[in-house]
Design a protein around this ligand. Structure first.
Ligand code: PMP
Ligand code: GLU
Length: 399
């Protein structure tokens, strides 16, 4: 008999966080590790946001906040959705949580019954699959390969739908591929889903502001499907606020109320000080010098990475249009060895690079494509140049 519940025994550790933990351990042993495993901006939170948090402390925002978030923050999120996305929501439809990760978990737990199917275009972000497991739902993956820019077609979605389908979850801009769905592509998907009234859609838009192809498009813009879309967003990525832990949903009222009820039993409202910082982030239009500079840096790093990685033999690349990841196919190296360590899959390759040249990446299996590896380029130019130099050298030794 095991002590722990099946629920936790069956749950996989988050591989992004696991690689990050391994690189911290190697660093503690004195190794010069370059960590390209974690999707986390390397910038500091802008001062105008930090100052709002300092003021919140001085003004004694230190009591339990309302479970779904302070009213001013929920109003600011509605104003942001109007300003940036031309979408109208009421504050009652907004639930603020401890990171977008909790927002997603809330929605899945509120919608998915045991045995329900959840469609996940693949590659996908690591945690979707495991959160669905906790809800005892069944993930149904819809594969998209590098040849189609890792984007799924409406026909594929249609073919994956069954009477048990309850939900679809996807991110655009996408983690791990950087792919961005266009308005037309989203409309094609919405037109399929609208024919099946019981299916809801989680649109994970956490990388909204890290988009190199122009305006962000949300599937919620199509009125005919809007009452089945739950937008997930937050401040972690665009405002360099990963540690503040603030995410939110904009959802049909019934779902927002359900998430409020669940959160009220699990965690209560998100940190009051962090909410006040997030309020400042959201009410300020996202074109401050600080935000623009981060966006510019991400684009330059994307271009730099593409140029450098293209010089490595056997690496197949697509051009990411958003987020801060590159997801190349590296299957060319499978079956090779440096004479000591065999590399048979993406996991072997990541461990080889970590142990040999101290560069941490994440194997594509974590995101549903075992031929790929994920680079997070949310780190300095110098570190990226050094990381790719080391990787090139180590891969060159595989025969
Ligand atoms: N969705 C995606 C696609 C992500 O990459 C992440 C990673 N941070 C999250 C959600 C969760 O973000 P948060 O830090 O707000 O929990
Ligand atoms: N979302 C980031 C990533 O994919 C942060 C780590 C995590 O939350 O899993 O690396």
């Amino acid at each position: 008999m095991t002590t722990l519940a099946n629920r936790i025994n069956n749950l996989a550790e988050s591989e992004t966080l696991a690689m990050s933990r391994k690189s911290r351990e190697l660093r503690a042993e004195g190794h010069d590790v370059i960590n390209l495993s974690l999707g986390e901006p390397d910038f500091n939170t802008p001062d105008y946001i930090k100052n709002a948090a300092k003021e919140a402390i001085d003004q004694n925002f230190t009591f339990y906040p309302p479970v779904p978030g302070f009213e001013d923050l929920r109003k600011a999120v509605c104003a942001k959705l109007k300003r940036d996305n031309f979408l109208t929501y009421e504050p009652s439809q907004i639930v603020v949580s401890t990171g977008a990760k909790q927002s997603i978990a809330n929605v899945v737990l509120c919608l998915v019954n045991p045995g329900d199917e959840v469609l996940i275009p693949s590659p996908y972000w690591v945690s979707y699959k495991e959160i669905i497991k906790v809800a005892e739902g069944n993930a149904v993956f819809i594969p998209a390969r590098i040849e189609t820019e890792f984007k799924v077609k409406p026909e594929q979605i249609e073919a994956a739908i069954s009477p048990k389908t309850k939900l679809m979850i996807f991110s655009s801009p996408c983690n791990p591929t950087g792919s961005v769905y266009s308005k037309d592509e989203l409309e094609g998907i919405a037109k399929v889903l609208v024919k099946h009234p019981g299916i809801f859609i989680i649109a994970d838009e956490i990388y909204e502001h890290i988009n190199f192809v122009g305006k962000h498009e949300s599937i919620a813009q199509f009125d005919f499907i809007r009452d089945r879309v739950i937008i997930v967003n937050g401040v972690s990525k665009a405002f360099a606020m990963t540690g503040w832990r603030i995410g939110y949903i904009a959802a049909p009222l019934e779902i927002a109320k359900a998430c409020d009820k669940l959160q009220g039993q699990f965690t209560s409202g998100a940190c009051s000080i962090a909410q006040k910082a997030a309020l400042m982030a959201e009410i300020t239009p996202p074109d401050t010098i600080e935000i623009r500079e981060m966006q510019k840096a991400f684009r330059e790093r994307r271009d730099l990475m593409l140029k450098m990685l293209a010089e490595i033999p056997g690496m197949i690349l697509n051009k990411p249009e958003g987020a801060f990841y590159i997801f190349p196919d590296i299957s060319y190296y499978f079956g090779k060895t440096d004479g000591t360590v065999p590399v048979n899959n993406a996991n072997d390759l990541c461990m080889y690079l970590l142990n040999k040249v101290f560069v941490a990446l994440v194997p594509g299996d974590a995101f549903g494509d075992p031929n790929c590896i994920r680079f997070s380029y949310a780190t300095s130019r110098d570190k990226l140049i050094e990381a790719v130099r080391r990787i090139k050298e180590a891969l060159g030794q595989l025969k």
